[in-house]
Design a protein around this ligand. Sequence first.
Ligand SMILES: Cc1ncc(COP(=O)(O)O)c(C=O)c1O
Length: 454
Amino acid sequence: MAGKPAAPRPPATPDLKTAADLAPVLPMTADVRDGHLFIGGVDTVKLAAEAGTALYVMDEAHIRNQLSEYVKWTRYHWKDVDVIYAGKAFLSVQMARIVADEGCSLLCASGGELAYALRADFPMERVQVHGNNKTDYELHECLEAGVGRIVVDSLYEMERLAAMAQEAGVEQSILIRITPGIEADTHDFIQTGQEDSKFGFGMAEGLAMRAIKRALELPGIDLAGLHMHIGSQIFALKSFSSAIEVIVHFMEDIRQETGYVVRELDTGGGLGIAYGLPDEPSTIKDYGKVIVDGIKEHVEEHGLPVPKIMVEPGRSIVANAGVTLYTVGSIKQIPNIRTYVAVDGGMSDNIRTSLYDAHYEALIANKADRPREMVVTVAGKHCESGDMVVRDAPLQVPESGDILCVCATGAYCQSMSSNYNKQVRPGVVFVKDGDWRWSVKRETYDDLMRNDVE
Ligand SMILES: Cc1ncc(COP(=O)(O)O)c(C=O)c1O
């Protein structure tokens, strides 16, 4: 069973790999025909000419496959599991409809994400709302929409929610977010389960227990269970196992102190994905076993009933389903130092490289069958020296006008995009069975200035 820490990145060399070797990081329908990269049966070079670049391309078959794998391999071990797609990874109205269609639920982390769920007619009882600082306005929106669960992050929020629910004459089901004190094996910025976190209730000094007791006595709210999320891009499944052990122990403490038996346990998201060729993330099948069997094993030890189990994958649903297409512009060779290949996008459409020093694989879509004979740095077009898309990337010999494809950009790229330098955001297209369609149109200059007051 895979589950080791992410491999350190080897020094970049011209690795002579072609698109065929990049299958682990590309969408599942990717193939090469006449030297061109195809995704979902669509020629990405032709697509770039028709839809323009920069462009996010999402493989619908890959997304559906990931959602159904989660459903299959979690319910394989226990009948009552809810797979809740974390919309923060990538959300559009069409994406929300695919999630609903695959029988999954939706996690919204803001009023804006909830507005997408409403626009998509997403079944509200299958919506869960998160956030460490939900505004009054957002809490009202949740109650009005009738969302299934609100994940409560602080006593301040709990008190306000209870008062609002009573005023509205409803009882809102909640989960309480616990930080189990586990440091997941991932980047510091995407660790969330450790004691020193802005999220949720720590277990030290009885904070979490105090929150449980308050939830049990407050009218207007129904405590359905517990939630945790230890971080993102996690390779070592052991991190999940350790957190499960801690939280199930806490479920037993709750029963002993209050008599309350936790009905629902949400273990969050976080399964890592392959960004680079050395990455060997765990499979959804192994993840399902570790989460569900882990919970079952520990609740049995304590004589507790198996709760409804919830998992919240984001990245592992969409990251490898997506690529970004750019057009190569200027190429700057600095002898004995580096070659910069500049593209028509950058930190505005992919902030992850600057933010987390994320690494990606790249290839030239119109030379997909040729070997990657060079090492280059793919630079963005923004006025920041740190505006890089891929540092030290093996690549086919580039020429201006080539279509450059950056792999595994389906998660946390479009959703974290900005208009820096008044750059219009790229559109998002879905590809499927040889056709493409817009899911999010490319912005225009009018879109940029829509709210500008003259
Ligand atoms: C509470 C919560 N659940 C789920 C997720 C999704 O995590 P991932 O995309 O790593 O699966 C996140 C992401 O940060 C999160 O904060």
